[in-house]
Design a protein around this ligand. Sequence first.
Ligand SMILES: Nc1ncnc2c1ncn2[C@@H]1O[C@H](COP(=O)(O)OP(=O)(O)OP(=O)(O)O)[C@@H](O)[C@H]1O
Ligand SMILES: [Mg+2]
Length: 264
Amino acid sequence: MCKITAVVNQKGGVGKTTTTLNLGYALAEKGKKVLLIDLDPQSSLTVSLGYDDNDSITTTIASLMSMVIEDEELPDKKEYIISVGAIDVIPCNIELSAIEVSLVNAMSREMILKTVMQEFKEYYDYIIIDCSPSLGMLTINALAACNSVIIPVTPEYLSAKGLELLLRNIIRVKKKINEKISIDGILLTMYVERMNLSKEIKEMIEDAYGKTVHIYTNRIPKSVKVGESTMKNKTIIEYAKNNKVAIAYQELAKEVLDNECSTN
Ligand SMILES: Nc1ncnc2c1ncn2[C@@H]1O[C@H](COP(=O)(O)OP(=O)(O)OP(=O)(O)O)[C@@H](O)[C@H]1O
Ligand SMILES: [Mg+2]
């Protein structure tokens, strides 16, 4: 069965895109069929794979959502998926911000992405959605379409504080739109083991949410290699396979798969 996971946090720069890409890659390395969806008008995931606006990406998640809004038939899967090594990706460009506006007046506006998803659920073990740093209509669509969420959080005070608003929104969506949604876990990213602040924020998050939400035992450390890998259009696992961040994402993939087995 396909699991659809949204990587979500309305706070910017907490590692959503990096987590989507590297967790997706690590799961594919373990033999899983993985599809990544770039649902952020900034298109960071698409760009980090080496595609930018000059490239001729013919179909994006924006065009697919637009077809659903207009009641048009979706084209063949091959036409809108970019294969990057072992992972498949549905890319994005800035047109997605126009879709967000048009969603306001669309019928069943929260369900557009979910309708798109129906087309390819059967082909994948994991679909991971990279959300934008907002709680707008696109993120609501991701929450409506997914089975679970992963919440990356950096060890900073404002990042930890923002969790409250995010969790409240997820609970609202769960009550009103998608009762199947579960919170897979809070993932500490850019974690610097030797910094007191990292430790303090970790404890703050554990105290506030540890009883109700899973907090991944694997934390993602901070490394300059991550920025370098993005510039080379590679995952950190391909770029520097012995790097601590590469190892952490591979361990996270194991944890994700183990949690799966224990809940099935
Ligand atoms: N483990 C890490 N160590 C060092 N730098 C990192 C790490 N993870 C991500 N970064 C860097 O931090 C920045 C933000 O990461 P990323 O783009 O993944 O966050 P995001 O939550 O997707 O941001 P946005 O909210 O803008 O979409 C990027 O420049 C990225 O290269
Ligand atoms: Mg991002």
